[in-house]
Design a protein around this ligand. Structure first.
Ligand code: FCB
Length: 426
């Protein structure tokens, strides 16, 4: 199923590209709700149409085939497959993903499916969302429905995308759906997402022999200060961003100082064996001790000076990817896949800065591999410009430009560059 070689791929997520939000029985997700709240999305936009991928699957698979990737990572919208978040499958929702998977396979592209990329059915949010332990059991049911239809053809499963970002941006800072700003009171949502992951693993295994992983966001901590307090602040931030969502997967429980609502055999459930770690890397994080107690946080996040920056104002630090892969291998010993790596730049079609960005990160990846790190794939975020969450359509991550009025797709220079690069596959 999964080609026995290093996988070059690209990634997307359902809400960011599909559109068709009210079609074929799909129910609203928390993102459909959130984007309608004034002021949540900088340009006031929604994912109602996005890239209209729902109606343009043929064209988009042709773009993937033209690029020459081995694999395509997409996400499945829970509210399409199981409107309302419980009960029987909606056959039309599964039909859509089945036709995508079959088209990919027909083009020689391995389908890598993420089951949850932040689009929780609103009906489950109405019952507490990820604060409700029951949501974890609902997720395992949903995973079973997907695997019953696609378990023989999906080449690799990713249970959750970036539970760290969903907890912190969605529930602690209120910048993403569902828009809750609860600071450290958000932590139960971390535990219940991980429980959902742990319950989904055996559900997937029962119907599929394909490898299973989870994609987390990781960020090397770059200390900006050298006092004892700075070091403590760095350790706390590192535990939150890099360990809280991974240590328990390996049976190590939660890192201090965090306490989560663990019950009964939860930690065993969460530690169900997986086959690899998915690594989403964009940037390191500058940390020092808090300068005041105003934020209520045990660290200050400070900008990292001296690096080029993307349109998101994220520093461009390819070396951070190598550091991260080396550390994750040493700490956890599982095979790694870079499941997202990319940058926001508006220029098109001559996006030389994206080419430079990808070349630098691929060099860092190759150096890590040459140094013995077992990294088995690299997925660029993203094949197309898309709906970038709270940033709406103002941040362009695509190898392919999308005109959001006409929906015309135009490959950028980076698309052609990557195709050439993949022609000389490592
Ligand atoms: C990641 C998300 C992905 C995309 C990129 C830019 O955190 O997983 O959906 O928004 O950032």
């Amino acid at each position: 199923m999964l080609p026995d070689r290093f996988l070059w791929g690209v990634s997307t997520a359902a809400y960011q590209i599909e559109g068709g939000v009210a079609e074929d029985g799909r129910s609203p997700s928390i993102w459909d709700t959130f984007v309608r709240e004034p002021g949540r999305v900088v340009d006031g936009s929604t994912g109602d149409v996005a890239c209209d991928h729902y109606h343009r699957v043929d064209e988009d698979v042709a773009l993937l085939a033209g690029l020459g990737v081995d694999a395509y990572r997409f996400s499945i919208a829970w509210p399409r497959v199981q409107p309302g978040g419980q009960g029987p499958a909606n056959p039309a929702g599964l039909d859509f993903y089945e036709s995508l998977v079959d088209r990919l396979l027909g083009s020689g592209i391995a389908p890598v499916a993420t089951l949850f990329h932040w689009d929780l059915p609103q009906a489950l949010q109405d019952e507490g969302g990820w604060f409700n332990r029951e949501t974890a059991a609902r997720f395992a049911d949903y995973a079973d429905l997907v695997a019953a239809r696609l378990g023989d053809r999906v080449a690799m499963w990713i249970t959750l995308n970036e539970p760290f970002v969903h907890t912190v941006f969605g529930h602690a800072f209120g910048l993403h759906a569902p828009g809750q700003a609860l600071m450290f009171d958000a932590l139960p949502t971390a535990h219940h997402q991980l429980l959902a992951h742990g319950l989904a693993v055996p559900a997937l295994r029962a119907r599929s022999s394909s490898p299973i992983t989870i994609a987390n966001n990781y960020s090397p901590v770059y200390l900006r200060g050298d006092t004892d307090e700075d070091i403590v602040a760095g350790d706390v931030y590192d535990a939150l961003h890099n360990r809280l969502f991974t240590d328990p997967l390996l049976g190590r429980g939660y890192p201090a100082p965090f306490e989560l609502p663990v019950k009964d055999r939860d930690l065993e459930t969460i530690a169900a064996p997986i086959d690899a770690l998915g690594v989403n890397y964009y940037q390191p994080t500058g940390i020092r001790a808090p300068s005041t107690s105003d934020s209520g946080l045990p660290f200050d996040i400070v900008p990292l000076e001296g690096y080029p920056r993307t349109d998101f104002d994220w520093p461009v630090v390819p070396a951070g990817l190598g550091e991260l892969l080396t550390r994750l291998q040493a700490d956890y010993g599982l095979p790694l896949y870079v499941t997202e790596s990319g940058c926001a730049y508006a220029e098109s079609p001559d996006d030389q800065r994206r080419i430079d960005y990808l070349a630098g990160h691929i060099d860092a990846l190759e150096a890590a591999r040459a140094g013995g790190v077992d990294v088995r794939g690299y997925f660029v975020w993203s094949i197309v410009d898309n709906f970038e969450w709270a940033e709406g359509y103002t941040k362009r991550f695509g190898l392919v430009h999308v005109d959001f009025d006409s929906l015309v797709r135009t490959p950028k220079a980076s698309y052609h560059w990557l195709r050439e690069r993949l022609g000389r596959k490592a």
